[in-house]
Design a protein around this ligand. Structure first.
Ligand SMILES: Nc1nc2c(ncn2[C@@H]2O[C@H](COP(=O)(O)OP(=O)(O)OP(=O)(O)O)[C@@H](O)[C@H]2O)c(=O)[nH]1
Ligand SMILES: [Mg+2]
Length: 553
């Protein structure tokens, strides 16, 4: 996966972002160079070992799968994977491989520069991991119960990250001097001090890809003072964000783009085990201070979490004030501030979340956001027609430049569940600001439908995030503005979802020599009751597909 770097011009080509990221500091001394080379060799050794482990694991799985294939047909169906496909790929200039968190830790030896590249190209958020949690809830609820405590850290991380994003957006308002605005103001004399915000310009023609321009907000003196005070009071929470990111990612820190967007963290399967100490209880005494290290056997991570919990509790009134502040609301409304989709859920619940006996609810777990790194594998025993069937479920983090890495997983897949977040019609790819996310989703779906290896898989399409789509349409966000081909159709949920579904069905029809059925569902995978019933439906349809295929073998 990783090659040892020797300093040649080809390796450190200026056109190659990966090489750029790995390039040594320009004024490196001989000693530093020796240290760097030794570190790189060590990183390569670790990486090679991880590569070997991954290769062996993949071969073992493949062998197991092939063995089962020659058994009775039901046994065959017991072992083959379902693959959850990300709607949102990430553009990567160079293949970045499948990386385990251990591999990433070894890459820190490169000073974290590798992560800058990787992070800069990643974005997804179509709901795959949320659907995986719903599968877990459906098939193995006890396992979700076991890891419930570990989600506390993620919820804190989400809360703190959203606060950080808000504070960063306030930075652009220049609270400390004269007139404030997203663009510098030439005159402040006529600002009405009693008004909190005066919108002096909102150029709707600025177009979706230039949303960052076109609005200037003038703040009253009192609004500036309030916000500046809140910023100051909440600033201690910012340190909590990086420490939580560090704990959750096992030491892998976030990169440049994530910093710009308010911080991010990647995790792989099994991260939960590092966040909880089985059998250890939390102290429900917020007045007790940090307490001595190791009290009640709690480890450092737990102590850190308890500390953050106390900080959140102490700041909760300020958080509420910030969250309901009209300037913040305006920034969100004017699309100058984009928070995580779960922001409202967590910030509205700050009293509950910051309580000393807080335990994440199932809804909190479903809404908690963590970016999946690589391919996360899960196994579930599914009950079908009175039989237990083992399902392997792969939650693939999409990456345009990495699609070839999916192929080993497609090889013997039974089903693909494709998630298209239909609410994203007004969003653009981070790596390609001209690429509308719905269009990108359609392109990826075309690739899935036309892939030779997937000609026979059972295809399930989730038109996901319908709840957010409805919210946007209720708020009169115009589909036509972002997707001109939508024309003068009504800006209603029924018309919009029908339009999107028709496009996905067309893609399927054009790439359907095998006359496969496409099972389509309109979903909001954070809604447990509807999603559980969809999962039941998907389980039965996949199983029918097994039987049908088996009868042809
Ligand atoms: N309101 C709402 N939120 C959703 C829905 N589906 C997912 N989310 C939220 O969207 C965020 C991203 O979801 P994930 O499941 O982490 O997305 P993902 O596709 O796994 O993303 P990557 O791991 O980065 O590839 C989470 O906060 C989810 O709770 C939905 O249908 N409605
Ligand atoms: Mg994920």
């Amino acid at each position: 996966m990783i090659r040892t770097q020797t300093r040649t011009s080809s390796i450190y080509s200026a056109d190659d972002p990966l090489a750029f990221a790995l390039r040594p500091p320009p004024e490196e001394s001989d000693d530093e160079r020796q240290t760097r080379i030794a570190a790189e060799l060590e990183a390569k050794r670790i990486s090679d070992r991880i590569d070997d482990d991954l290769r062996q694991e993949r071969e073992r799985k493949k062998r197991a799968s092939m063995q089962v294939k020659v058994r009775a047909t039901l046994a065959r169906s017991r072992s083959r994977p379902i693959v959850l496909v990300c709607e949102q790929p990430c553009e990567v200039a160079k293949p970045l491989f499948l990386l385990s968190s251990a591999a990433l830790r070894s890459l820190r030896l490169f000073g974290g520069r590798f992560m800058e590249v990787h992070q800069a190209v990643c974005q997804a958020e179509s709901g795959k991991s949320t659907l995986q949690k719903q599968f877990q809830l459906f098939c193995a609820p006890a396992s979700l119960e076991d890891e419930r405590d570990s989600w506390r850290a993620v919820v804190y991380f989400n809360v703190v990250r959203n606060i950080k994003r808000i504070l960063q957006a306030l930075d652009s308002l220049d609270l400390g001097s004269g007139a404030s605005g997203l663009r510098p103001s030439s005159s402040t004399a006529d600002v009405d001090d009693s008004a909190e915000i005066v919108e002096v310009e909102n150029d709707a023609r600025s177009g979706p890809s230039s949303e960052a321009e076109g609005v200037m907000l003038m703040l009253s003196g009192s609004a500036k003072t309030e916000l500046a005070t809140l910023k100051l009071r909440l600033s201690p929470l910012l340190t909590a964000e990086s420490s939580l990111a560090d704990h959750l990612s096992g030491g892998v820190q976030v990169g440049a783009l994530a910093k710009r967007r308010g911080g991010g963290v990647y995790v792989r399967t099994g991260w939960q085990t590092t966040m909880t100490v089985p059998g250890k209880k939390r102290r429900h005494d917020e007045s007790a201070g940090a307490g001595p290290s190791g009290e009640n056997g709690r480890d450092r991570v737990q102590e850190e979490l308890d500390k953050i919990e106390r900080m959140l509790f102490a700041c909760r009134e300020d958080v509420k004030e910030l969250w309901r502040h009209s300037v913040v609301k305006t920034l969100i409304e004017k699309r100058k501030l984009r928070l995580q989709e779960s922001a409202e859920h967590f910030l509205n619940s700050i009293d509950r979340v910051s309580a000393s006996d807080y335990k994440p609810s199932t809804d909190d777990i479903l809404r908690a956001r963590l970016q999946t790194m690589g391919i996360a594998s899960h196994e579930f025993m599914v009950q079908v027609s009175g039989k237990s069937v083992l399902w392997h479920l792969y939650d693939v983090g999409g990456a345009r430049g990495q699609r070839h890495t999916w192929v080993p997983y497609f090889d013997d897949a039974n089903a693909i569940i494709f998630l298209a977040p239909v609410s994203a019609f007004d969003q653009y790819l981070e790596e390609d600001p001209k690429m509308n996310r719905i269009n990108d989703s359609l392109q990826l779906f075309t690739m899935i439908c036309s892939n030779e290896l997937l000609k026979k898989v059972h295809l399930v399409l989730f038109l996901n995030k319908t709840d957010i789509l409805k919210q946007k349409l209720n708020a009169s966000v115009s589909v036509k503005r972002y997707i001109p081909s939508y024309g003068d159709r009504p800006n209603t949920y029924e018309a919009v979802i029908d339009y999107f579904r028709t496009h996905f069905l067309q893609v399927h029809r054009k790439n359907n020599e095998e006359h496969r059925v496409l099972y389509t569902h309109q979903t909001s995978v954070v809604d447990t009751s509807t999603t559980q019933s969809v999962i039941r439906n998907v389980r039965d349809s996949i199983f029918r597909g097994y039987l049908q295929e088996a009868s042809l073998v």
